[in-house]
Design a binder for this molecule. Structure first.
Ligand SMILES: [Zn+2]
Length: 399
């Protein structure tokens, strides 16, 4: 999500341009959260001077990022003008890249989906997928004003830039986070590009569109072809120093267990992942799970065998996240069907005793995400919008 800072880098001060951009985002974020605010509200909420608010609002109105509504009626004095985010003030594009498909979404500044496309692929390299990505970008460009496109967010399976594991295997997509590849897309599209792992983007998607709305601390276990987790801590995403935080797929769950592509044995994702489900179904590891109807009788025994193996592994992963993060809840989502994920959650119970067992809890310790299958693409696109709106995301587009 961001470029790791160099060791021992001194803390830098802020300059005027930095401060101006920061204040813009503070104003936009305040309006986004409240829905509608007047200049006087903004002055009170942000503690910025009336003059600064006035300048920023004038700039944002000029850029059409804000709407000015009809003045409120007051007995005396100048009537206050409510301001809101203009949905058409900016758009972002999100791609969820998987082994078998690329989902593309177009999001407006208020977070509403304005376009969606799905492309079938098969283990694409970046070079193979680039024309498809550009097809998606060009298609969306025809829908909205090009100059209001803010950027592209790409979410794909991690880990990124891994050294020291003999191979990361078919559950990852090596080369996609290569700066040269991303630069090619940036140059062809003329738009900033950010890349994030699928579990982290899904956590953001769930925070904005699903059951995690309003939560401050949660873990998200993403069951795709492999297994990863997204970490939303203290009201923001946590990516780690090398953007691999939450990559728990290759944590050993059973010593001397199933051999893994990474060179170890008994890794979590050898038990709880789409790839491990395919093994139990006996269909070949490179099949597209969404082509199979798992409710068919011929798959029942394989699904049951997988659930019996995957549920204890998931229980273990939940225990790890709870001990490390002390979250409000742990969510499960991914590219498997809701039916299968729902059964997995049920079978993972009872969970291990942990620090998360508390009488005052209002949320279940483990629950299914509700943001749907576009959750990852929406999260990736939302990261671009948040980079424009939120003061916490100012570092996002520097890569
Ligand atoms: Zn492994």
């Amino acid at each position: 999500m961001h470029t790791p800072s160099k060791p021992n880098k001194p803390t830098t001060g802020t300059n005027l341009e930095h401060a101006r951009l920061h204040n813009r985002r503070v104003v936009l974020e305040a309006i986004r959260q409240a829905g509608r605010l007047t200049r006087a509200d903004l002055t009170r909420i942000t503690s910025l001077t009336a003059q600064t608010i006035s300048n920023i609002v004038a700039e944002l109105l000029h850029e059409a990022k804000l709407f000015a509504h009809a003045p409120e009626k007051t007995a005396r004095g100048q009537p206050p003008i409510p301001l809101s985010i203009n949905p058409d003030g900016g758009y972002s594009i999100g791609f969820h890249v998987e082994q078998h498909q690329v989902v593309a979404v177009l999001l407006d500044l208020k977070g509403t989906t304005r376009g969606r496309r799905v492309f079938a692929v098969s283990y694409p390299t970046f070079a193979e997928a680039l024309p498809l990505l550009m097809k998606g970008v060009d298609g969306f460009r025809r829908k909205v004003s090009t100059e209001r496109l803010l950027g592209i967010g790409i979410a794909l399976p991690g880990p990124f830039g891994v050294q020291g594991m003999s191979a990361v295997g078919p559950t990852s997509m090596p080369g996609w986070d290569d700066p040269q590849s991303l630069a090619a897309l940036r140059d062809m599209s003329g738009l900033p590009v950010l890349v994030e792992n699928d579990a982290t983007a899904a956590a953001m998607g769930e925070r904005l569109y699903g059951v995690a709305g309003g939560l401050k601390d949660f873990g998200y276990l993403f069951v795709g072809h492999g297994l990863g987790s997204g970490l939303y801590l203290d009201n923001r995403l946590y990516s780690g120093h090398w953007r691999n935080a939450g990559e728990i797929g290759h944590v050993v769950f059973t010593p001397n267990g199933k051999p893994c592509y990474c060179g170890k044995q008994g890794c979590l994702e050898r038990y709880v992942s789409g790839a491990s489900l395919l093994e139990h179904l006996g269909t070949g590891a490179d099949r597209n799970l969404s082509d199979l109807d798992l409710s068919e009788r011929q798959h029942a025994a394989g699904v049951d065998r997988w659930l019996a193996e995957a549920a204890p592994a998931l229980r273990h992963a939940v225990g790890m996240l709870e001990s490390l993060l002390d979250p409000e809840t742990v969510l499960v989502g991914g590219t498997l069907s809701d039916d299968i994920l729902g059964r997995l959650v049920v079978q993972a119970h009872p969970l291990f005793p942990s620090v998360s067992v508390r009488e005052e809890r209002t949320l279940a310790r483990l629950q299914l995400g509700t943001a749907g299958h576009d959750c990852v693409a929406l999260g990736a696109a939302a990261l671009v919008v948040l980079a424009e709106l939120s003061p916490d995301y100012h570092a996002l587009l520097k890569a």
